[in-house]
Design a protein around this ligand. Structure first.
Ligand SMILES: [Zn+2]
Length: 381
């Protein structure tokens, strides 16, 4: 992982620009403003952090960060995830020794309280204790696991996660939840631990469970509309186990561009062995094909394939001096990055920059219709 603070354009509270996770999740502060940037802490080329009352290890980390060229964007890259975004799971699974547990912090020569915050009678704080064996951890694993047939058992974090991730789910939602719930449980345990440790406020076990339940409900509400009235995990878990897919059919058709316009449809391909391809069709307002292309590319992600398909098509249009181009891509991820609606993944930065430059010169973008699958509860369940 590399950290270079240039203009500090990362979110002060929500980006992992220090390497310790999002500040909002690591420390408790009364005045968390989502618009504040890391650069707000730089005054006259130096870090100004006294007002934040940070724990010593965090303050030391920030003060040691070099302040780079203020005219360039701050570009932190978190290598273990493919999109370069920091995630708790990747941090826990791939770099667990960097979590600021007492035993890890003490390696930096900083004196810390080495007792846990999760048990009635405090124990030594380790990653294993906090996330698996502590009273809060056991309570959460049992609360969410028992209705799914996965009670807590002594073991390692690895055996626990294997248990959750090897259950044979009967539907896609159940499958997703088996993958997601452990991450949410860890996250809530970590939050409770940090509030306890740095804010000296005790978070009750039932509050952590309540927060995790609402987080799960919020995720499910993205695909289901009938979770509002469900207030108990026992009820929601039954719905998850028994949910079924209902596929809605909608007519999808290609629409000709208006007179004087050209339409470019692009698509990227990704195969099992990580090789990618890019293709596209360029048609005029009569629907006549002007040009089509299909290219094999080196290995990469499907998003890179989608981006390259757009670049190749737009470059060809530009080379032919075509001025009015409607670009249709089925990759909402790429379209949103190009339109500035979502953060650009670091691997895609160069490709998105090229697309943006070409769009500035000539084109409009139309987002192609996407078929959505909606989850429905079974009748009478
Ligand atoms: Zn404990």
């Amino acid at each position: 992982m590399t950290w270079k603070v240039n203009s500090g354009s990362s979110s002060l509270w929500w980006d992992n620009w220090t390497g310790w996770g999002a500040l909002a999740m690591v420390i408790s502060h009364n005045d968390i403003n989502k618009f504040q940037l890391a650069k707000d802490l730089i005054v006259d080329g130096s870090w100004n952090i006294a007002h934040l009352q940070l724990p010593e290890y965090l303050a030391k980390t920030i003060l040691s960060l070099a302040i780079g060229d203020q005219n360039k964007p701050h570009f932190p890259i978190w290598m273990p995830t493919t999109n370069g975004k920091f995630t708790t799971s990747s941090k826990m699974l791939k770099n667990k020794n960097k979590l600021p547990f007492d035993n890890n912090i003490s390696r930096y020569g900083i004196e810390v309280d080495t007792k846990c915050c999760c048990c009635t009678e405090a124990k030594d704080e380790t990653i294993h204790h906090t996330f698996l064996d502590g009273e809060l951890a056991r309570k959460m694993w049992n609360y969410f696991g028992i209705p799914l047939g996965i009670p807590w058992k002594p073991g390692t974090i690895k055996t626990l996660i294997i248990k959750w991730w090897t259950v044979k789910p009967k539907n896609a939602l159940y499958k997703d939840m088996l993958k997601t719930i452990p991450i949410i449980i860890w996250w809530k345990i970590w939050k409770a631990r940090c509030v306890n440790r740095y804010d000296k406020t005790k978070v009750s076990k039932s509050r952590s469970i309540y927060q995790a339940f609402h987080h799960i409900k919020w995720i499910i509400s993205k695909t289901m509309s009938t979770t509002q009235w469900i207030w108990k995990w026992q009820d929601l878990s039954k719905k998850i186990i028994n949910s079924s897919h209902k596929i809605e059919c909608i007519i999808v058709r290609w629409i000709k561009p208006p007179m004087g316009w050209t339409k470019l449809n692009t698509d990227g391909r990704h195969s099992n062995n990580d090789s990618i391809g890019a293709g596209g069709i360029i048609r005029d307002s009569n629907g006549q094909i002007i040009m089509s292309y299909a290219k094999n590319l080196a290995k990469g992600s499907s998003n890179i394939g989608e981006a390259k398909a757009i670049i190749y098509g737009l470059q060809w249009c530009t080379s032919q001096s075509l001025q009015n181009i409607i670009l249709e891509s089925d990759s909402l991820i790429i379209i949103n990055m190009v339109k500035g609606k979502s953060k650009i993944a670091w691997q895609l930065q160069d490709s998105i920059d090229i697309i943006k430059e070409m769009l500035d010169e000539t084109t409009n973008i139309v987002i192609e219709k996407r078929i959505k699958l909606r989850m429905h509860w079974p009748n009478g369940a």
